[in-house]
Design a protein around this ligand. Structure first.
Ligand SMILES: Cc1cc2nc3c(=O)[nH]c(=O)nc-3n(C[C@H](O)[C@H](O)[C@H](O)COP(=O)(O)OP(=O)(O)OC[C@H]3O[C@@H](n4cnc5c(N)ncnc54)[C@H](O)[C@@H]3O)c2cc1C
Length: 404
């Protein structure tokens, strides 16, 4: 059992996983330092910190205090709860606690725009299971504007930045603008971490640099990580419905499910660019995102990432796009204008999977070196992962503090 008493802990990365475990340890009065590659930024400017990697499938992530949580759509879904339970990892109590803390709920009708309502109505009438999407968004302060993925202008959405602020109030130290490159191990014993020009000593290290960067740090330190990359591949399909003003609605406010594909109302500027010959404005497009649990066909290497869509991925995306087209046509979109974005992925993970790179307590083969981020998922959730990453990181914090 890992029990931290007065030893020093370093957490690398301040996104969903890193901020949560830092706060948990700070609550227990532990000496914890959070090191983050990106800067502090005001939430509405998060879009400036996108650090996408286009490898055929475009991978989306942001690098700043709060990590990629600053640009989420606020979707709050328990993902992979059963698969983790089957592995002996119970998250139920953690989910219950964080759902209260993050105010998880569906938004009131006042926060549903005409485009989303049309999509929901037509999807139901075509026989698809359709629900309001649970959100970690406060309706009292949220004024629908469609800017969730840029950074909320009113800070109405839960972000892990809130946990970082709490951790600091509880005594945690935060070092921003510092990229960790390597773990220091001497004679098989963990000593600390290294940036380009500095070393930081620690007795325990938790890597939370996300599904792409965590395996890179591990690989550089001799741990075989980086295989099994999934990204929850998605495309957005849309077409013209003039003056619908859907671009100003709450992003992804509904969830449509069909076997192994999920769909959600979604506006993308890429659609507008693709429809420019029709002389469209942003307010003239209605769209749906199609998301799948892709096969873990990717790999993170030292200086590159490999990821392609398998034939099964392509067939699921085609199925989802056909469903999207039928719903959008019923909603009034001119079917001759339907188009799609390229394939993208906003949930990279699987690259330090439980059972392969870390054990059930998220510890690597190097004693006292842990991972708490999307890297530890054994397979693609095919759905929003933040709640589950937070639950796993909270569980790790409790474990390290001997609280379970
Ligand atoms: C546009 C968009 C919308 C999304 N919407 C939702 C949603 O509605 N609901 C949902 O559940 N999920 C959503 N996601 C996915 C979600 O944001 C991520 O899955 C989640 O934030 C991943 O958490 P993480 O801790 O693994 O990594 P991150 O949150 O990406 O955090 C990693 C942090 O580590 C830092 N870092 C990286 N390398 C280093 C290094 N070498 N040294 C120091 N620091 C480093 C990064 O700068 C970053 O701050 C969305 C993603 C995107 C891109």
């Amino acid at each position: 059992m890992g029990v931290i008493l007065m030893e020093k802990v370093i957490v690398v990365g301040s996104g969903a996983g890193g901020a949560t475990v830092t706060r948990e340890l700070a609550k227990q009065g532990k000496k914890v330092t959070l090191i983050e590659k990106g800067p502090y930024t005001k939430t509405p400017y998060a879009y400036k910190h996108y650090e996408n990697v286009d490898v055929g499938v475009e991978l989306l992530k942001t690098s700043c205090i709060g990590g990629t949580t600053l640009v989420t759509a606020g979707n709050a879904v328990r993902t992979c709860e059963k698969s983790f339970k089957d592995m002996g990892i119970k998250l139920e109590d953690h989910f219950k606690e964080i759902e209260i803390e993050m105010n998880v709920s569906t938004l009131p009708d006042s926060h549903f725009g005409l485009g989303t309502k049309l999509i929901m109505e037509k999807s139901e009438s075509l026989g698809f299971k359709t629900h309001k999407m649970p959100k970690f968004i406060l309706p009292e302060t949220c004024k629908p504007c469609g800017k969730c993925a840029s950074g909320c202008p009113r800070d109405s959405k839960w972000t892990s930045r809130k946990y970082v602020d709490e951790a600091v109030n509880l005594g945690a130290e935060v070092i921003d603008n510092t990229t960790i490159t390597e773990i220091i191990v001497e004679n098989g014993e963990l000593k600390g971490v290294k940036s380009k020009n500095k070393e930081f000593s620690a007795d325990y290290i938790i890597l939370s640099a996300g599904g792409i960067e965590t395996p890179r740090i591990l690989k550089k330190s001799g741990v075989d990580a980086g295989n099994n990359l999934f990204v929850d591949t998605f495309v957005s399909v849309g077409g013209i419905l003039r003056n619908i003003d859907f671009n100003k609605e709450v992003t992804m406010n509904a969830l449509i499910t069909s076997d192994d594909v999920i769909l959600a109302p979604h506006y993308s500027n890429i659609l507008k660019d693709k429809l420019h010959k029709y002389n469209v404005n942003e307010g003239d497009i209605l769209g749906l995102m199609i998301k799948i649990a892709d096969e873990p066909s990717g790999r993170v290497l030292e200086n590159s990432v490999e990821k392609y869509s398998t034939s099964n991925d392509v067939s699921l995306l085609a199925k989802g796009s056909a469903i999207a087209g039928s719903i959008l046509k019923e909603a009034g979109v001119d079917p001759t204008t339907l188009t799609s974005t390229p394939v993208r992925g906003a949930h990279p993970g699987g690259t330090a999977a439980i059972g392969q790179v870390v054990d059930k307590n998220l510890e690597t083969e190097i004693k006292n070196l842990f991972v708490a981020d999307a890297s530890v998922f054994p397979k693609a959730p095919g759905a929003p992962p933040v709640l589950t990453i937070v639950a796993l990181a909270r569980r790790l914090g409790k474990y390290l503090g001997n609280e379970y």
